[in-house]
Design a protein around this ligand. Sequence first.
Ligand SMILES: [Zn+2]
Ligand SMILES: [Zn+2]
Length: 243
Amino acid sequence: MIFTNIKNFLLDLFFPKFCLGCQKEGTYLCDDCRTLLDISEYNYCLCNTKPQRLPPDQKSGKCQRCQDKKLSGLFSALPYKEKTLTRKLIYQFKYQPYLKDLAKTLASILIEHFVISGKNTDEIWENSVLIPVPLHKKKLKIRGYNQSEELAKELSKILQIPVLSDILVKIKSTKPQMELKKEEREKNLEGVFAVSDTAKFAGKKIFLVDDVYTTGSTMEECAKTLKQAGAKNIWGIVIAREE
Ligand SMILES: [Zn+2]
Ligand SMILES: [Zn+2]
């Protein structure tokens, strides 16, 4: 503990943190800028176009139109589009300057979403595991860390749920989904994930963790792979959702 404190002290000394919203020194997101974020009080279904706001007491995460999705539902804390600050937070978490430490801030935003949307109940989180959406090892080498795993680790500390990091692996390298047309995205992902050690998640609810949900094809493919390996109930957790 003392060592960690000294390490953090030295890190802050040489690499002081600045708010990504207003440049104020001390943290990546100051309280003033945090209040500007539109942390959602609601949950929405999985539909890509016009997702439906779900009634707070509804157990299912889907509407009539998205019943065929492999995922059971999605938790997303922020809308992605209109907020430059949200984009900035996520971008700098994944790309240069690789602010790995942003995982703590982003996890706390998700926790606030769970609290204000009434989802911090034992019923939701008991008997569950967190599984980060994996990166291919080539990409992991470039970035040095898997941002989804860092986020899952921070969530795990607060929610007291284990993270299973090596269960779902990405066995093929893919083109960035953003560069592809909608039809090409699913094809790009076919057979890219694999599962090991199914005993670790047998009978548990799985929460897949990723940074952003765009068309949902990545999470769907992960859910498909996990379902083929015997998983039944798989939900997604993302910081932001593109609509
Ligand atoms: Zn600020
Ligand atoms: Zn729907």
